[in-house]
Design a protein around this ligand. Structure first.
Ligand SMILES: [Zn+2]
Length: 103
């Protein structure tokens, strides 16, 4: 996933800051030392929190600059509308096959 990509959330964040099925735009991306990739999808950390965010894989603390960095594993790329059309076609074909034949 790259900056500017439209992504769809495939797993809701544990604190509900992103929800499954909602779409977002990748504004920034950065990797943690452990290899986990975190995305900025426009969610800001409200004031009153520390200026650090802890990686829940390796435990490293990084300055978040007010951005709620979210693991890329919670998202899937949403590049073309045609992907959705294809999915609809597959579902429709399956329904066709499973319908009983009228005599
Ligand atoms: Zn990490």
């Amino acid at each position: 996933m790259r900056v500017g990509d439209r992504v769809v959330c495939v797993k809701s964040h544990s604190r509900g800051i992103v929800s499954k099925g909602k779409t977002y735009t990748v504004l920034q991306s950065r990797g943690c030392a452990c290899g986990r990739v975190n995305l900025d999808v426009g969610v800001e950390i409200p004031s009153g929190h520390t200026e650090y965010q802890v990686c829940n894989v390796c435990g490293i603390m990084t300055i978040h600059n007010g951005i709620w960095w979210i693991a890329s594993s919670l998202f899937a790329p949403l590049r073309f509308n045609s992907a959705h059309d294809e999915l609809v076609n597959i579902v429709e074909e399956k329904i066709d096959v499973e319908l009983p034949v009228r005599v």
